[in-house]
Design a protein around this ligand. Structure first.
Ligand code: DGY
Length: 325
């Protein structure tokens, strides 16, 4: 007898290629509008589905998990970060959680470098001059930025993405430093000629650029708080393509306004779309709308990972990208 197909609910519009493949394989309910589900829509989905495919815009907390139906057995997140899911509560309720690591590493690292260059080389200011038709020709002193080569880059969080940033930074001639929960193996440090700092305070005080690449967890919340931001050199730049919660956004804004920091390149924000409006007014800040992993290739590969996780689960095994709390 053919096996009954698993019912899968997807909470956001996904690229056509991914939706088509999901529909071929599963009894899937796709989202027809490109807005996040409301809490009650999410609760209904979690009541009725075997498998939920959420994204980072769905806050799946203990309360929602408490309303999940008996049949919900897997939350196959479309994305790498799972800080929006209460993984520990899901586990207590016998619901597995999986994610899509690896496939967005290079895209996110590329965007980190793009932000780093945009801030240090003042690219948005140059663009604005051109767009306004204000360019009066080359001038020896116009829009002088800082040279990237030779600068000290401190990477906060040397996982996959941190290491991909290190690789790129080396190609730009930067000196790589890092702080991580665990020191990397010597051969990896050698590959990037990277210097390990056990003390984050000491590292941030000496860097020209700080790149935030650690996940958002209770222990990384406001790791870059007001006190630590103040340790940075006034000439330093901070870049964040990870999660906004790692930096105290208000403290950062105050420092940028007071020229106590030279600039920031941000792709993520502490309060999601409610970006501190003062940040938007600053010329030394480049803001992007969380597009670090936004390539078509990456988004299709994220879908492929979701499918592998679901299919493996369907076959009675643990999903390869299961997240353990
Ligand atoms: C993720 O997958 O967590 C990324 O932040 C999405 O861009």
């Amino acid at each position: 007898m053919p096996r009954e197909r698993l019912s899968v609910v997807v909470t956001r519009r996904l690229p056509d290629e991914v939706e088509t493949r999901l529909s071929e394989l599963f009894d899937v309910k796709l989202r027809d509008s490109d807005t996040p589900m409301t809490r009650s829509e999410l609760a209904a989905a979690m009541r009725d589905a075997d498998i939920l495919v959420p994204t980072l815009t769905d806050e799946i907390d203990a309360r929602l998990l408490g309303q999940a139906g008996e049949r919900l057995k897997l939350i196959a997140n479309y994305g790498a970060g799972v800080d929006h899911i209460d993984v520990a509560t899901a586990r207590q309720r016998g619901i597995l959680v999986s994610n899509t690591p690896g496939v967005l590493t290079d895209d996110t690292a590329d965007m980190t470098m793009a932000l780093l260059l945009a801030v240090t080389r003042r690219i948005p200011e140059g663009l604005s001059v051109m767009q306004k038709g204000d360019w009066e020709g080359w001038a020896p002193t116009a829009l002088l930025g800082g040279r990237v080569g030779g600068r000290r880059l401190g990477i906060l969080g040397m996982g996959r993405i941190g290491q991909a940033v290190a690789l790129r930074a080396r190609a730009f001639g930067m000196q790589v430093h890092y702080h991580n929960r665990k020191r990397l193996r010597p051969e990896i440090e050698e590959r990037f000629e990277a210097t390990y700092w056990d003390s984050l305070d000491q590292m941030v005080a000496r860097m020209d650029v700080l790149s935030v690449n650690c996940p958002s967890t209770p222990s990384t919340f406001h790791l870059m708080n007001a006190r630590r931001l103040k340790l940075m050199k006034p000439s330093a730049v901070i870049v964040n393509t990870s999660r906004g919660e790692v930096i105290d956004e208000n403290a950062l804004t105050r420092m940028l306004r007071a020229n106590e920091l030279a600039g920031a390149g941000l792709d993520v924000y502490e309060h999601g779309v409610n970006v501190n409006p003062r940040l938007r007014e600053l010329p030394n800040v480049v803001l992007l709308p969380h597009m670090g992993s936004a390539t078509l290739e990456g988004r299709i590969e994220m879908g492929e990972k979701v499918i592998i996780n679901i299919k493996t689960f369907e076959d009675g095994h643990r999903p390869p990208d299961q997240v353990v709390p």
